[in-house]
Design a protein. Structure first.
Length: 81
């Protein structure tokens, strides 16, 4: 553990940011999985799930949680079929 006050604060803020990033990335993955399974099962609410997943992918890409090319691949995969 750090001894200097500013280093202690930095550890706390880094940990908080890391937890938020992981939570947002997990939320995105869940939305993408729900949309994909809805598309495979021809569910009624497919369009809303896909648009929701695209929204989460765009947010993650904007905050640099995922690379822009990965975001494009995911969105393309969601839009096809």
């Amino acid at each position: 553990m750090a001894n200097i006050k500013s280093a202690i604060k930095r550890v706390k803020t880094t940990d908080k940011a890391q937890r938020q990033n992981i939570a947002q990335k997990n939320e995105m993955r869940t939305a993408v999985k729900r949309a994909m399974t809805a598309k495979e099962n021809n569910a009624e609410n497919t369009e809303t799930l896909v648009s929701n997943a695209v929204k989460y992918v765009d947010k993650a890409s904007k905050k640099n949680l995922i690379h822009d090319n990965k975001a494009s691949r995911l969105k393309s995969k969601l839009m096809t079929k």
